[in-house]
Design a protein around this ligand. Structure first.
Ligand SMILES: *Cc1c(COP(=O)(O)O)cnc(C)c1O
Length: 400
């Protein structure tokens, strides 16, 4: 009884408009309550902040640079800065959140981390953070994703993670998340579920966005120093929304800063060829929260489709769902074909190989040049590097 009433109380929290909440089995409620209390207790303390900041700096390599991409700017016609999350240790923004949650898990006395991963970037960040704190790590990964991201699977193995292949459903991320939630329900006393994006039941979306907001805090300081003013626009790719929210959050109140969220259009907006949940989905419950989600006319979750594994998730986290619904953030998309071309453009103009996820933002700028004026300062959140996608990129351009 007590648990139920507490559960209902908590349900009001963690809402972004109608989105969010805690749509979970009661078995999970004590773990979610424990996590929320621990985050509220430890996160604000100078001790936690000190440890977190020093790890971000000395292990992660923060602050990441804000690079003025002169050649790329000339091509698109506005002034483009790249926020170089590809230079964070591990090759993407994922480590910011993994370090924060692993530190929290350690403070909570947990001995083990579990998580899921699609592109492998989050699994990699989790085992790195787990090793720092001496926590055992188990990673659930869809069998399809294991094939596609073989190089990251090898890295995770070498680092000592136990990798559990997920064959259920379509063998992709959404199935791995379901399995991880199930596993967590069975062992939350010893184990922390290190959620990889701004998804899942409250308090996960808030915790992940908080740890990732270091990106936007740095952008603000860096652009003020370089340009003496705030940017005209910030663009980020995403599925759950963690790198986008990380970059956007400190600017939400700055109404003159336009915010763009680019999701995976896949091959086309045709029935089963896309991951564009803001275009093709509607509000529904997935993995413990109400959010914008791809579904069929019966409300069954539909698999997403895009060549970028990190964008291949049918849901958009509660906070980004809300911000797009209210119009504060523009929801947009680009297709796979444009994305591969964008990889080539970034390679040739700036000598950088972007992750396929990141290339969605590059593609958007390339195909919407008219939206951004000559003098405009535009920040492209460069979420990751493309080493993990090399095989797919080479196959696309040069065949098998
Ligand atoms: C995981 C990943 C993403 C998408 O995840 P979000 O939580 O929406 O940020 C984007 N880019 C890269 C490089 C990734 O690894």
């Amino acid at each position: 009884m007590e648990l139920r009433s507490e559960g209902v109380l908590v349900l009001r929290k963690g809402r972004f408009g109608k989105y969010g909440g805690q749509y979970v089995n009661e078995i999970l409620m004590p773990a979610l309550i424990e996590l929320e209390e621990a985050f509220n207790r430890y996160y604000p303390t100078p001790e936690f902040q000190g440890e977190f900041q020093s790890l971000l700096r000395d292990y992660g390599g923060r602050p990441t640079p804000l690079y003025y991409a002169k050649n790329f700017s000339e091509l698109v016609g506005c002034k483009v800065y790249l926020k170089r999350e590809d230079l964070l240790c591990g090759g993407s923004h994922k480590l910011n959140n993994a370090l924060g949650q692993a530190l929290l898990a350690k403070k909570m006395g947990k001995t083990r981390l579990i998580t899921e991963t699609a592109a492998g970037q989050h699994g990699l960040a989790t085992v790195m953070a787990g090793n720092i704190f001496g926590l055992e790590t188990e990673i659930f990964m869809g069998v399809k994703d294991m094939e596609r991201q073989a190089s990251n699977v090898k890295r995770m193995k070498l680092l000592g993670a136990k990798i559990t292949p997920v064959k259920s459903g379509a063998g992709v991320l959404k199935d791995a998340v379901s399995d991880t939630l199930r596993e967590w329900a069975a062992c939350s006393q010893t184990t922390h579920y290190l959620m990889g994006s701004t998804v899942g039941p409250h308090p996960f979306p808030t915790i992940v966005a908080t740890f990732q907001s270091v990106i936007g805090i740095e952008i603000k300081q860096q652009i003020l120093k370089k340009e003496g003013r705030l940017p005209d626009a910030i663009l980020a790719c995403g599925s759950g929304g963690s790198n986008a929210l990380g970059a956007f959050k400190p600017f939400i109140g700055n109404k003159d800063v336009k915010l763009y969220f680019v999701e995976g259009g896949g091959e086309s907006l045709g029935a089963d060829n896309s991951a564009a949940a803001f275009q093709l989905g509607k509000p529904g419950v997935l993995h413990g929260a109400l959010m914008q989600v791809l579904q069929d006319e019966h409300g069954q979750i539909k698999p997403s489709k895009t060549r970028a594994a990190g964008l291949n998730y049918p849901g958009r986290g509660p906070e980004i769902s809300y911000l797009c619904e209210t119009g504060r953030v523009n929801a947009c998309y680009t297709f796979d074909k444009e994305v591969f071309e964008a990889v080539k453009v970034m390679c040739r103009t700036e000598g950088l190989i972007p992750a396929l996820e990141t290339a969605h933002v590059i593609a958007y700028l390339l195909s919407h040049r008219e939206e951004f004026g000559r003098g405009e300062v535009v920040i492209l959140n460069y979420s990751g590097r493309g080493d993990k996608d090399l095989k797919a990129i080479m196959r696309y351009f040069y065949g098998p």
